[in-house]
Design a protein around this ligand. Structure first.
Ligand code: NAP
Length: 509
């Protein structure tokens, strides 16, 4: 069996036994193993600070952008091989693998362009110079400089390519070296991507390290200039925030966590209209894409009473048609979950959801492997629907909740999820839109508004665009990533500088 190593201090290093298995979820058989026991993680962080940081900070934004450009091109050039790896270790269909891998290359390319546009500087000014008196000889100016620590990226299992690259893109462009830890269950794809970059000698020493397996004592060694960006469950996010070294050094922690995302249909959506049909197609895609293992996937479907039966019937018909099985086959639309432990969690979640909502469709799953058929639930309990609003079942599962169509209740229902990453709203009425959009905005990181005019032009509910922020309040972790230049700010110190205008000009330009 393949034994994976971690890339630390510019070399591949294996951990001591016992090893943790990684599976091919289509068959349920182990295909690789990994361990981080005995690895010197304090030395790894020190290496990033001493070697990778100075190298990156000496590069201009344009040069850092060029590095990202090459990382992106390498992924694009090996696309088909990486799609195979994704299928082996995550059971993804070709289309689901592309969503992850093309998203990774695209996000790197986006930040490469941003680097080019930021040009030959190594740090940025923040806003205009500020005058305090009549004299123009003494001014104040905010500046943004890269932290001199390490960006520690702890990723979830569901996007081993995109999660690695979207975090890497912002940190490297900001000028901060990275130690990335992929979710162990699907780490093979992250390993292959880093191998690819190293084969092409794209990564300068100390700029990128990859920890493959458990985090071990990593967080014991964080320091005051480090920054942690975490994606995963809310419970792990809380553990990281509470870590004594994180608290002692005031290390900033960005958390992207569970999110009970929603779609709301407005009362003016007519059965059989383009907007209605588009909503049906989008919900079905959100349930099945990546077997529902998407942080942005729609879990709650709020639909006016008058439209609810029709929506349910259309969704059931679509889900019944979904081809579930071997992701290597072209006809397959829904592959297995990422591994045995993900399958156990999702089956337990479905059983619990079934105690609180009616299961109106349960797709059959093939025997063997880590398959779970698509599931649709129904609840008339609205705001009181226990479990539905509180627990994310991280698989091909969603619940229809009919409501009265009022803007007020729509806002309350979205908010009942406690804070989410993405909410889609379908409707044309502008007065209703004003109440709903402004009402749900404090509760959601991204709002996707579909109307009759743009029903065929949108980017889709689930796709995270690098130009827009990704993150959400409350239950979703309270974090924010991407969003163009906004995504770099997490890695910078903002400093207010006051003084002699001549000196400020000489230093700051
Ligand atoms: P998880 O169990 O919380 O693990 C996430 C990452 O944290 C993994 O790399 C894991 O390592 C690591 N980890 C676990 N315990 C740790 C600790 N004490 N200290 C440091 N690192 C630790 O989550 P998951 O099962 O991978 O992902 C599923 C969850 O992620 C879902 O709830 C989903 O909603 C959420 N998610 C959110 C977003 C978002 O953008 N908001 C995106 C994707 C997924 P091991 O793999 O080695 O255990």
């Amino acid at each position: 069996m393949l034994t994976l190593a971690s890339y630390l201090r510019d070399s591949w290093q294996g951990g001591q036994d016992p090893q943790t298995p990684l599976y091919d979820p289509t068959t349920g058989t182990p295909i690789a193993q990994t361990s981080t026991r005995g690895l010197d993680l304090a030395a790894a962080l020190a290496h990033a600070r001493a070697v990778g940081g100075p190298t990156l900070r000496a590069l201009t934004f344009a040069q850092r952008g060029e590095l990202l450009n090459q990382l992106s091109a390498a992924i694009h050039g090996a696309r088909d091989a990486l799609i195979d790896v994704s299928r082996q270790n995550m059971g993804t269909t070709r289309s689901d693998a592309k969503f992850d891998i093309d998203g990774a290359a695209g996000t790197l390319a986006f930040y490469a362009n941003l680097g080019k546009s930021l040009g030959d500087r190594t740090f940025l000014l923040d806003g205009e110079a500020i005058r305090f008196s009549r004299s123009a000889r003494f001014l104040g100016q905010h500046i943004l400089t890269p932290k001199v620590g390490v960006a520690i990226h702890i990723n979830a299992f569901n996007f081993p390519a995109w999660n690695l690259c979207e975090k890497l893109a912002t940190a490297l462009l900001a000028g901060v070296p990275v130690l990335a830890k992929p979710g162990t269950a699907t780490a093979l794809l992250s390993v292959k991507i880093v191998e690819l970059w190293l084969e092409k000698s794209l990564v300068p020493p100390g700029v990128l390290q990859l920890l493959v397996g458990s985090a071990g004592d990593l967080l014991d060694h964080v320091g005051p200039q480090d920054a942690i960006v975490f994606t995963g469950s809310g419970a792990t996010g809380q553990e990281i925030r509470k870590h004594p070294a994180v608290i002692a050094h005031s290390v900033p922690v960005n958390v992207e966590a569970d999110s009970i995302n929603a779609i709301v249909l407005a009362p003016d959506v007519a059965e059989g209209s383009d907007l209605f049909n588009m909503a049906v197609a989008e919900i079905a895609r959100e349930i099945t894409q990546k077997a529902g293992q998407k942080c942005t996937a729609i879990r709650r479907i709020f639909v006016p009473h008058a439209l609810a039966d029709a929506l349910k019937a259309e969704l059931v018909a679509r889900l019944a048609d979904v081809q579930i099985g071997d992701p290597a086959l072209d006809r397959t639309q829904l592959g297995p979950l990422a591994g045995p432990s993900q399958q156990r969690d999702v089956l337990a979640g479905i059983a619990e959801l079934g105690k609180h909502a009616e299961n109106v469709f349960a797709g059959a799953a093939p025997q063997g492997g880590c398959f779970v058929g698509p599931q649709l639930f129904w609840s008339n309990a609205g705001l009181d629907a226990a479990y539905v609003h509180d627990h994310e079942v991280f698989g091909p599962v969603a619940t229809v909740l009919p409501y009265d169509g009022s803007a007020q209740l729509a806002v309350q229902l979205v908010a009942r999820g406690g804070g989410g990453l993405a909410t889609s709203v379908y409707g044309d009425d502008q007065a209703w839109a004003r109440a709903v959009l402004l009402g749900i905005a404090p509760w959601t990181g991204r709002i996707y508004w579909a109307s009759s005019k743009v029903f065929d032009q949108g980017t889709g509910h689930g796709a995270v665009m690098p130009a827009l922020v990704h993150g959400g309040p409350g239950k979703a972790g309270g974090g924010e990533e991407l969003g163009g230049e906004r995504g770099l700010r997490f890695y910078w110190q903002r400093t207010a500088v006051q003084g002699d205008v001549q000196i400020l000009k000489a230093v700051l330009g």
